[in-house]
Design a protein around this ligand. Structure first.
Ligand code: NAP
Length: 440
């Protein structure tokens, strides 16, 4: 490529600043150094790692990196860079650093889902103002290419629904509970020992991490800004081995899903974005996602069903997605022109969970006596929830029986009102669980 001054892109050098050298950053730095020639060939310019900003320049790193690259002065490193890669995590100073980078004309690459889900619009607007780009392939589902397919490959189609297993820790826990009949807390402790879960697992097991990714994916899929507060979120801490057994008996597996879909509310097009543990048919492609892997299942009007599968985390795996972005950023930088802005023109409203329509499986502990089934059926019918299947289990030693009720499709609000009525009824001792069915 030759620019107007007659310089060929091959002899251009782009300065790449790296912020953070932890699990992902240290691998990005290693690959940038080890594969410098190959990456430069693909980028069309020499990529020079100009420095690495960290908190502690003397900290031990996962890989050996030249000591002279390290600095604690991120702002000085950023100014004069062509590409800034942010792999520190958290909101500040990452947000301020990226705004400085964009304002000084750099393209930015980040894997920071927490930042994008809360301040994405601010960053995209700052990029638009200077014609730069924000690349974030690694921010949702790690190594799996899903941002580019949604942003580019499917830009001519209409995504109808997207269902993702986007948190490896919870998939690991639920998968082991399913295959071994193990208890939640037992598997969580194991996951922490093996490094699959953090010492404080709240962000994963309560669904916060998945909700951030759902906000990012839904924004892209539906060309709409989805604020994090609009994402309905439930975690997996209440899932018991008994619930997993009942799911299996009915042909399901329990997965923590991020579901983003178009829905019709009173004749106007809206979207729903939600994260919760759901029943998935064992024949659905998402049921075969085991261990800490991630997958995103996309349904589009013209393309039909597509499945993206792979490693959702891990330092070196995530580095792959980051470096893909670095090559794209370098190509754009050389080509010049305006960066790829975010398309949010559809501007669809994100509706509360009460509008969502799915099937449910309700498990009740009821008095083991005549007439109970009729009373329960009456409450469900009064609430506008129609019954598809009922399985009753009782034992001679117990005064109570279990009713496992599969419903037809109903609105979430109608279902939760009906469950409240069941809980208040004399014949119901306890509502054991209520799970939604997804992927039908
Ligand atoms: P990490 O291991 O905790 O590393 C964070 C790095 O940032 C460290 O090198 C740290 O410096 C540096 N840092 C933190 N605060 C800083 C500050 N105020 N100033 C300068 N440097 C600072 O994090 P990570 O796991 O690599 O994750 C990085 C990003 O990638 C996060 O946004 C994360 O959500 C995202 N991500 C990670 C994965 C994964 O598998 N790990 C997957 C997908 C996305 P010191 O080393 O000196 O403390």
């Amino acid at each position: 490529m030759t620019d107007l001054a007659g310089n060929t892109s091959d002899n251009r050098t782009l300065r790449v600043a790296l912020l953070g050298a932890g699990a992902v950053g240290s691998q990005v730095a290693r690959i940038l150094i080890e594969h410098a020639d190959e990456l430069s060939d693909r980028a069309g310019a020499h990529l020079e790692l100009s420095g690495i900003a960290v908190r502690d320049v003397d900290a031990k790193r996962d890989v050996d990196l030249p000591r002279e690259l390290f600095t604690t002065d991120a702002e000085t490193l950023i100014v004069g860079s062509d590409i800034v890669i942010e792999l520190m995590g958290g909101i500040e100073p990452a947000r301020g650093n990226l705004l400085t980078a964009l304002q000084s004309g750099a393209d930015v690459v980040t894997a920071n889902k927490a930042l994008l889900a809360t301040h994405g619009t601010e960053l995209f607007e700052a990029a638009d103002q200077v014609g730069a780009s924000v690349y974030y392939e690694a921010a949702a589902a790690g190594a799996i290419p899903i941002i580019r397919p949604l942003r580019d490959s499917l830009a001519g189609d209409r995504v109808v629904r997207l269902m993702g297993i986007v948190n490896g820790t919870t998939n690991y826990i639920l998968d082991r509970m399913d295959s071994e009949g193990a208890d939640f807390s037992e598997v969580l402790a194991d996951a922490q020992r093996l490094g699959y879960a953090e010492a404080d697992p709240t962000a994963d097991v309560e669904g916060y991490d998945a909700a951030q990714k759902a906000a990012i994916l839904a924004s892209l899929a539906f060309h709409t800004t989805v604020p994090l507060e609009a994402v309905h979120r439930e975690g997996i801490t209440e899932i018991t081995p008994a619930m997993i057994d009942e799911a299996r008996a009915a042909g399901f597996v329990i997965k923590l899903l991020a579901v983003c879909e178009r829905i019709d509310v009173d004749g106007s097009e809206s979207i729903s974005v939600r994260v919760y543990p759901a029943l998935v048919a064992r024949t659905h492609p998402l049921a075969s996602v085991h261990g800490a892997n991630n997958a995103v299942f996309v349904e589009a009007e013209a393309a039909g069903s597509l499945m993206f599968y792979g490693a959702g985390a891990g330092g070196v795996q995530t580095a792959s997605a980051v470096l893909g972005d670095v090559v794209s950023a370098a190509r754009r930088h050389i080509a010049g022109g305006v960066g790829v802005g975010e398309s949010t023109r559809a501007n669809l409203p994100t509706v509360p969970i009460g509008h969502v329509i799915t099937r449910y499986q309700i498990t009740l502990e009821v008095a083991d006596q005549a007439g109970v089934l009729a009373t329960v059926a009456g409450i469900l019918s009064d609430g506008g929830v129609s019954v598809a299947t009922v399985v009753q289990t009782s034992s001679e030693d117990e005064p109570t029986a279990r009713l496992i009720i599969g419903t037809h499709r109903a609105a979430d609000q109608a279902l939760s009102d009906t469950v409240a009525a069941l809980a208040a009824s004399d014949v119901v001792d306890r509502v054991v669980s209520v799970l939604r069915v997804e992927g039908e």
